[in-house]
Design a protein around this ligand. Structure first.
Ligand code: FE
Length: 198
């Protein structure tokens, strides 16, 4: 399986609107799949509220995060659900022509997508989209998953704690053994995504 870790991914905030409020989530699953006609695929876990919203509305914006995006962007959009909160409170946004929000900072481009096709992948839904609008915002480099892990995610503190660190968000569990059914309180990933602090 480890060859899969050699595939490079970018990180994106996908924004949508359920008719009452804006929502957004972090995905690493945006890809241009064809050029004539231009089609972009976005794959979203069905557990995410945004999946249901986009399936219903057929509209989304892809916000391309730049390397300047701080950890707080990932905490806000990645580690909680839009079912329980409004993730856009206090976030500076602009509106694209489709009426949806896009982030006014921390991105190097955005694109407005219209869903043309939907592929049911079991746990996930893949939206095949055409592009209705797009704009480059800055020349900053795109945030990749490996850049996030190397430079954005908090490191375990310098003082030597004994325990396990979440590889996804950096949360530290203090203790000699990590329970098998442990779930990260920050990002909700399980014990398999923890590693011992060395
Ligand atoms: Fe975590």
């Amino acid at each position: 399986m480890s060859a899969l870790f050699k595939i490079a991914y970018g990180l994106y905030v996908v924004t949508c609107n359920d008719g009452n409020k804006d929502n957004g989530l972090i995905v690493n699953t945006v890809a241009q799949v064809t050029s004539v006609p231009n089609r972009v695929s976005v794959t979203i876990n069905k557990d995410n509220y945004s999946h249901d919203v986009i399936k219903k509305t057929g509209m989304l914006n892809v916000n391309c995060l730049s390397v300047k995006a701080p950890f707080s962007v990932f905490e806000n959009f990645g580690f909680r659900s839009g079912r329980d909160c409004n993730k856009l409170v206090g976030i500076k946004v602009n509106r694209s022509a489709n009426g949806l929000a896009y982030l006014s900072e921390n991105i190097n481009a955005y694109m407005s997508l219209k869903v043309e096709d939907y592929i049911d992948l079991g746990t996930h839904g893949m939206f095949i989209c055409s592009m209705t609008q797009q704009k480059v915002i800055s020349d900053d480099e795109t945030m990749t998953y490996s850049y996030y892990h190397a430079n954005v995610k908090p490191k375990p503190t310098d003082q030597k704690k004994k325990g396990f660190v979440c590889k996804i968000c950096g949360y530290v569990y203090e203790g000699d053994t990590l329970p098998d059914d442990f779930v990260c309180p920050i990002c909700k990933h399980g014990a398999e995504d923890f590693e011992p602090i060395s």
